[in-house]
Design a protein around this ligand. Sequence first.
Ligand code: FES
Length: 149
Amino acid sequence: MDHANTIKDIIAKYPVQRGVIIQILQDVHGRYNYLPKEALDEVAKQLSLPVAKVYSIATFYKAFSLKERGKIIIKVCKGTACHIRGAELICNELENILGVKAGGTTPDMKYTVEEVNCVGTCAMAPVIVIDDKYHGSMKPEKVRKLVTK
Ligand code: FES
C-alpha cells in the first residue's frame, strides 16, 4: 500500500498543518478505516513532527483505531441501559454468528465487533450500530436477521 501519495493528498488540503492534525488523522482513518502504522509515520514525516507526537494524538482519541478493522463495523452499546436490557446476549449472539468476541475482526476482514459506551439512544436499548445505522430493541433473533456471515 502506498501511503505517501494518499497522505500527501490529505495534508495538501490543510494550510495550517500543525493545527489540523486531528482532522488529518480523521481523514486518514476514513480512508483506511483505521490508522495504519505506516500512514502515521508518513503523517509525521510530511508534517515534520516527531512520530511520538502523532502517535500520542492517535492513541488519545477513542474514535481512532490503530488495528486494522473489517469492512463493516458493528458497535454494541454496553452503556447501563443496554447492559440491563441484555447487551451481553447480543454480544454472545454476534460471537455465535461471526466467531469473534468484542474487539475482534472476522478472518475475512468483513466484520469488526466493538463494544462502546452509551450511544445516546437509551430508549431503544439494547442498541447496536452497524456502519452508523442504529438498531434498537435488539434481541438475538434480530441480530441473526441483521448479521449473516
Ligand atoms: S446505554 Fe445503550 S444507548 Fe444508552
